[in-house]
Write a protein that binds this ligand. Structure first.
Ligand code: FCB
Length: 440
């Protein structure tokens, strides 16, 4: 490892994040049949073939870290088949990143599964633990050059969507199955944490937890207020407490709190936070569990193309909640779906401002990853949610930089989260920003 790489490790990680399936699809994944968009766009951005070009885009940004995932269903398209070539493909990406002094952060599970797994061994079955752990054990035996790992991306969203709402695979709506699935997923986290540490003592392992700020829909409404409290505890705090004492306590509106024992106490080297928005809670007697989630533009920052409220201050709130874990924090995702480049620039600036302020106040944040490098497939929303720093034409696969790409390069260089040596390295790598004038 070069001296520079070592130093980068001790420095702030400025990165971009993606997930394999959202960039490259996979014919063997459960989501391929879940959403009909894959009939017309099976390769999405064709990143699987264009990865070298995309790594150049990453390098041009001047970031020193890249978070991406490995698509399990490509490696094990059927239960008893292991595709070595695919593992080599992901290893090539890792090698190329390391050669370019870009620290890889690898997500093992980012929402998708091989069809055989989710049909035969869905998460609520005990056997899922054995199957997934077997896969990961073999994977990490064959992957080298990675220190940062995310075991699961947003396990709560997987449970809420896949086991309570039923809107994502495996499509259940059953609280008892949800509890079993949650326990099995966190048991896998624990197994993988141990395996990764056996292989590499200085490895850094976490999950990426989606955190949000919650507020009552109507400020004075006592029901909305109660729901807001419950949502905070459920969505933000229960996982954090799970890592602290091995018990996840899930408050359910107007019911008894559910307590789930999970073997994850202390199994965390940093905490990955995906932060996007604030959510308003509304009591609605006609909805399931009497809850309705809403977004509204209260502070005048606007809504994204997906209707999410832009709420930069919330980033500090969630960082504060998470700091009670006493491990370094990394913002593993933050970004905006918009076709308006100036809005994207504003989003990045306002969130990085809040981040800088949080660091100044002493919160131990070690990295920020913008979601996403290039436009990609957005779960249940298709190809129109433009999160990318680079625009993608989904017909020709052409990538075009947005103004926000230059702006992000500028932000990285101009923020004082670095040592002088790294700053020098970065300025030799990136071009001068053209869009500084957009900064307000
Ligand atoms: C997060 C997901 C990520 C992406 C962003 C917009 O919840 O982790 O894959 O879809 O939302």
């Amino acid at each position: 490892m070069s001296v520079l790489q070592k130093n980068l490790k001790n420095n702030f990680l400025w990165g971009v994040a993606t997930s394999a399936f959202q960039l490259e699809g996979s014919p063997y994944a459960d989501w391929s049949t879940w959403d009909s968009i894959f009939n017309l766009n099976p390769k999405i951005t064709n990143h699987y073939e264009l990865y070298k070009e995309d790594i150049k885009l990453i390098k041009n940004l001047g970031v020193n870290a890249y978070r991406f995932s490995i698509e399990w269903s490509r490696i094990q398209p059927s239960e008893n088949y292991w595709n070595k070539e695919v593992v080599k493909h992901y290893q090539k990406i890792i090698d190329l990143l390391n050669e370019n002094n870009i620290t890889p952060m690898v997500t093992i599970h980012h929402f998708t599964h091989p069809v055989w797994f989710i049909t035969k061994y869905p998460w609520h079955k005990r056997k899922s633990i054995e199957k997934f752990t077997e896969y990961v054990e073999r994977l990490i035996e064959n992957i080298n050059g990675v220190d940062y790992w995310i075991t699961f991306n947003e396990p709560y969203l997987l449970i809420l969507g896949g086991y309570l709402e039923g809107c994502i695979p495996p499509g259940h709506k059953d609280l008892n199955l949800a509890i079993k699935a949650l326990k099995n997923i966190f048991t896998c986290h624990s197994n993988i944490y141990d395996l990764l540490h056996l292989k590499n003592k200085k490895t850094m392992v976490s999950i990426a937890h989606n955190m949000a700020v919650f507020a009552p829909w109507v400020k004075w409404n006592p029901f909305d207020k109660v729901l807001t409290k419950i949502a905070k505890r459920f969505y933000n705090h229960s996982v954090i407490e799970g890592f602290m004492d091995g018990k996840i306590k899930l408050p359910i509106p107007f019911r008894k709190t559910i307590e789930i024992e999970v073997p994850i106490q202390g199994k965390l080297d940093f905490f990955g936070i995906n932060y996007y928005t604030r959510i308003h809670m509304r009591f609605n007697p006609f909805k399931k569990l009497f809850v309705e989630f809403r977004h509204r533009d209260i502070d005048g920052h606007g809504l994204t193309d997906m209707g999410w409220e832009i709420y930069p201050k919330g980033l500090k709130k969630v960082l504060k909640y998470a700091s009670k874990l006493n491990v370094p924090l990394i913002i593993t995702e933050n970004g905006i779906a918009t076709k308006d480049d100036n809005k994207k620039i504003k989003y990045i600036k306002s969130h990085v401002d809040v981040l800088e302020n949080a660091i100044k106040e002493g919160i131990d944040v070690r990295g920020y990853f913008y979601w996403s490098l290039i436009d990609n497939y957005e779960w249940l929303h298709g190809l129109d949610a433009r999160f990318g720093l680079y625009r993608v034409d989904f017909k020709t696969y052409k990538r075009t930089p947005t103004k926000a790409a230059s702006f992000y390069s500028y932000i990285i260089k101009s923020r004082n989260f670095y040592s002088e040596e790294i700053k020098k390295h970065l300025s030799s790598q990136t071009q001068s920003p053209e869009y500084i004038n957009h900064i307000t």
